[in-house]
Ligand binder design. Structure first.
Ligand code: R1P
Ligand code: URA
Length: 312
């Protein structure tokens, strides 16, 4: 943090930069592709129009808190790629702080990695969920002095579903199917298929609340996956941010946020396998391109032009 901040309720500096992402109005586009890690963000940004084609430099900024923002143009349309790190709180920082520096409708697509809970989606598949829910460790269950003992009976709390934007999700799935189809053939099925129609769940942890067994900790989660399936029989996968994106998009009550997501299957939770790095190298640019194509064809009536502003 270099500049003085004002307003403890929603801290911003004198030029309007938000506290954690450290960007201001004009540095983030209405169309955003969000990922967890910086390497994925930078590899997808290679699809951006060149600076000569765009007519201005690409804006690239890493905040002290580790958020990487890359704003440029794809097929002439302003787009931001934003790497946020991991977990629901990071999604909360990202959505609230970008919403504060963008005017008009936002279209946000998350491209993450996940664990598959279904034999429909093997390693190297891409899942496009129709919605998502959250699983939270219930701290009161583990507490020495639960405040409300009646709420402390169950170790995990399973939320209801939050829907993704249906129209954007359908277009995303179609773009992914046509992009991955060729790659699926070329790689003898190491990549693909695209799996649609089910639900994602966000765990508040990679470990306990996604049902991973860890004998070093008191987790009481042996039955968790079966419990989750009883409530949400069409759950396909677990990860840590996409359901929170759907939830926050729904709760953005002043300005609209359209949200969708897709995730590459890194972990096979049924067969206990993990993806090979060379498959990820093939998958990420292809999926990234399909997400960019989806974002730039999304209808946004009240779009701003962030790249019309002068970047410092
Ligand atoms: C855990 O390994 C991380 O991977 C998944 C989870 O949501 C979590 O953030 O997504 P990313 O690969 O996008 O980070
Ligand atoms: N990311 C997660 O959060 N879970 C997995 O199983 C794999 C990737």
């Amino acid at each position: 943090m270099k500049e003085a901040l004002a307003d403890a309720n929603f801290p911003q500096d004198a030029s309007g930069r938000v506290y954690h992402i450290n960007v201001k109005y004009g540095e983030v586009a209405n169309r955003i592709l969000t990922v967890g890690d910086h390497v994925r963000a930078r590899s997808i940004a290679k699809w951006f129009d060149s600076e000569e084609e765009a007519g201005h430099p690409t804006f690239i900024h890493t905040s002290q808190r580790g958020f990487l923002t890359i704003t440029g143009r794809y097929k002439g349309v302003p787009v931001t790629i934003l790497a946020i790190g991991m977990g629901n709180p990071m999604m909360d920082f990202f959505i609230r702080e970008t919403r504060a520096v963008v005017s008009g409708t936002m279209a946000v697509i998350r491209f993450g990695s996940c664990g598959s809970w279904t034999d429909r989606a093997k390693l190297g598949s891409v899942i496009v969920p129709r919605g998502g829910f959250c699983i939270r460790r219930n701290l009161d269950y583990f507490s020495d002095e639960p405040v409300q003992p009646e709420l402390a009976k169950t170790p995990y709390l399973i939320s209801g579903n939050f829907a993704a934007d249906e129209e954007m999700t359908d277009r995303l799935a179609n773009n992914l199917k046509s992009t991955l189809h060729k790659l699926e053939e070329e790689t003898d099925g190491a990549v693909g298929p695209v799996v649609t129609g089910g639900l994602n769940c966000d765990g508040c942890s990679f470990y306990s609340s996604q049902g991973r067994q860890d004998s070093s900790f008191w987790d009481d989660n042996k039955e968790l996956i079966e419990e989750v399936r009883k409530v949400h029989p069409d759950v396909d996968c677990s990860e840590m941010e996409t359901s929170m994106l759907f939830h926050l998009a729904k709760c953005s009550i002043k300005q609209k946020i359209k949200a969708a997501g897709c995730m590459q299957v890194f972990a096979d939770r049924l067969g206990n396998g993990f993806i090979r790095p060379e498959v990820v190298t093939l998958l990420e640019p292809a999926v990234g391109k399909a997400v960019l194509d989806t974002l730039v064809s999304t209808e946004i009536e009240d779009e701003m032009d962030p790249v019309g502003t002068v970047w410092e």
